[in-house]
Design a protein around this ligand. Structure first.
Ligand code: PMT
Length: 423
C-alpha cells in the first residue's frame, strides 16, 4: 500500500478531511498527517493522530533526529493538500519553507494534489488564480472546488469536494503513478453518461411512487470518471448530494424525463452507465388535485375509502439504448458501450447472480453490474458489493469479477476498470 501525506490547511473544511483520512486508512494506505498550525484551530492534533495512528507535528522541530522536514516528502507516494487555503497556495507557489507542510512540498518528488477550499471571492481573486496557475505549471494536480453552500449562508465556487470524490481522484493518481497501472487520464477525450438516483412517478400534486436510491453509487461513478479525465454528463433523478467536481448535471424527476435526458446525452457518448433506479411502472393518470381519503378521483376500488391506482409500464431505457445503437449483424460500430446495474434481492426463482445473468441476456447490455439490495443493503448505504458480468462473446471483455464490500467510490473505480478494456 502507498505512503500518503495528508497536508491539512487552516480552513473550516478541515473537518471533512478527517473522513478523507478514514477512507485512506480503511483501504490500507499509510497516512502521515501534516497539518498547518492554523489547521489545528479547526481540528485538533489528537483527532489526526488517533485516525492516522501516528504522531502529528506542524513544525520542523519535533523528532529532529529523523529529519522529518526532508524524510516525509521524500518517502511519499502521494501528497494531498486539503483544504488548500489561499494562504497555503500562496506559500507553496512562492516556494516558502516555514513549516513542516511547506518543507514537505519542496522535498516531494511524487504526485501532489491540491484541493482548494475558500470563499468564492478569495478563490476568484487574480492573486489566488495566478498562484494556482503557478502550481499547475509545476505539475501539481488541482481538484477545482465544488460549487455550493459555503461556511455562512452564501453559495458559490469554493466548497471542498466531498471526501469520496477526493479519495477517488487521489486513488486514480496513485494508480496512474504505479508502474502496472493504467495510463494517466485513461478516459481523456471520452464522453460518458451516468444516470443516478431514483425516479419519482407522480400520483397527484403531493404524492409519488419512488424508491430508496440516494444516488451515492451513481455520483461516485461520475466522480471517478471525471477524475480519470472523461467529460461526464450526470443525469440525476431526485438526488440531494453535492455535484462532483468537473461534472455536468442534468436534473430529472420521472422515468420519462430520465429517458429523454439520457437518450439526448447518449448521442455522442462513448459509454452510458445506468446506475439510476428507474420505476418500471407509473400511474396511468396523475390526479390534478390531492387525492382525498373519501372521494378518490381515480377509480374507487373494492374498499370504497381507498382508490385503486392503475399502473402502466415505463419504457425500458437500458434496453432502448442497446436497440438504438445499431445492428451487430451489420457490423455497426457499437457505441455507446451500455452498462446496466441489476438491483436484485434473490427469490424463489433464483439467486441474485442467477437473476442478474438472466437480466443481462434480456437487456442485451455489454456489462451488467449486479448488486444485492434489501433492507440497509446497497440502497442509501456508503458501501456496496458488486459482481460484473459481460455480454457473452464481447470483444475485449475481461473475466467476471466480484468486488466489495467496499466504499461506493472504490466500487466505482472497479466498475470503470471493468469498462475501460472495452473502449
Ligand atoms: O443510489 P444508491 O443509494 O447509492 O444505491 C445504488 C443502487 C442500488 C440504486 C444502484 O447500485 C443500482 O443497483 N441501480 C440500478 C437499480 C435498478 O433499477 O435496477 P433494476 O434491476 O430494476 O434495473 C436494471 C437496469 O435497467 C438498471 O441499469 C436500470 O437503470 C435500468 N432500467 C430499469 C427500469 C427501466 N424502466 N429502465 C431502465 O433502464
Amino acid at each position: 500500500m502507498s505512503n500518503v501525506v495528508l497536508g491539512v490547511g487552516g480552513g473550516i473544511a478541515a473537518y471533512k478531511v478527517a473522513s478523507l483520512l478514514r477512507l485512506f486508512t480503511e483501504h490500507g494506505h499509510d497516512v502521515t498527517v501534516v497539518p498547518t498550525a492554523s489547521a489545528l484551530q479547526f481540528v485538533g492534533a489528537p483527532t489526526w493522530s488517533a485516525l492516522s495512528g501516528k504522531p502529528v507535528a506542524t513544525d520542523v522541530w519535533s523528532d529532529v533526529a529523523r529529519v522529518p522536514h526532508v524524510r516525509i516528502g521524500q518517502q511519499a507516494d502521494l501528497v494531498v493538500v486539503a483544504p488548500a487555503t489561499a494562504d497555503l497556495i500562496a506559500r507553496a507557489a512562492a516556494g516558502m519553507a516555514d513549516d513542516l507542510l511547506t518543507t514537505t512540498l519542496l522535498t516531494a518528488s511524487c504526485p501532489v494534489v491540491f484541493a482548494p477550499a475558500m470563499h468564492t471571492e478569495m478563490w476568484l481573486h487574480p492573486a489566488t488564480q495566478a498562484n494556482v496557475a503557478t502550481l499547475v505549471g509545476r505539475g501539481v494536480h488541482v481538484i477545482p472546488p465544488a460549487s455550493g453552500r459555503l461556511t455562512g449562508a452564501d453559495t458559490g465556487p469554493g466548497r471542498l469536494p466531498e471526501p469520496g470524490d477526493l479519495y477517488a481522484a487521489c486513488l486514480h493518481l496513485l494508480e496512474s503513478a504505479a508502474p502496472a497501472a493504467p495510463s494517466r487520464g485513461v478516459l481523456a477525450g471520452r464522453h460518458v453518461v451516468v444516470s443516478a438516483g431514483g425516479t419519482r412517478e407522480p400520483l397527484d400534486p403531493v404524492r409519488f411512487l419512488g424508491n430508496r436510491s440516494s444516488g451515492k453509487q451513481g455520483y461516485a461513478l461520475a466522480a471517478v470518471a471525471a477524475a480519470r479525465g472523461a467529460r461526464v454528463t450526470l443525469v440525476s433523478a431526485n438526488v440531494t448530494l453535492p455535484v462532483p467536481a468537473g461534472v455536468d448535471v442534468v436534473e430529472v424527476g420521472t422515468a420519462i424525463e430520465l429517458q429523454d435526458a439520457v437518450t439526448r446525452a447518449a448521442k455522442d457518448a462513448d459509454v452510458v452507465v445506468m446506475a439510476a433506479a428507474v420505476a418500471d411502472f407509473r400511474p396511468r393518470t396523475v390526479a390534478s388535485s390531492k387525492i382525498k381519503k373519501t372521494h378518490a378521483e381515480t377509480v374507487a376500488g373494492p374498499d370504497e375509502s381507498a382508490p385503486t391506482i392503475e399502473l402502466v409500464r415505463n419504457p425500458d431505457i437500458l434496453a432502448g439504448l442497446v436497440q438504438a445503437r445499431g445492428d451487430r449483424a451489420r457490423g455497426d460500430r457499437l457505441r455507446p458501450i451500455v452498462v446496466g446495474f441489476a438491483a436484485e434481492t434473490g427469490d424463489a426463482a433464483g439467486s441474485v447472480l442467477d437473476l442478474a445473468r438472466e437480466k443481462l441476456v434480456r437487456k442485451g447490455c455489454d456489462l451488467l453490474v449486479a448488486n444485492e439490495v434489501g433492507d440497509g443493503v446497497a440502497f442509501g448505504t456508503d458501501t456496496n458489493t458488486v459482481h460484473l458480468f459481460y455480454r457473452p462473446g464481447l470483444a475485449g471483455a475481461p473475466g467476471e469479477r466480484t468486488a466489495g464490500p467496499a466504499p461506493k467510490e472504490a466500487i466505482a473505480a472497479v466498475v470503470w476498470d471493468g469498462i475501460q478494456p472495452l473502449l
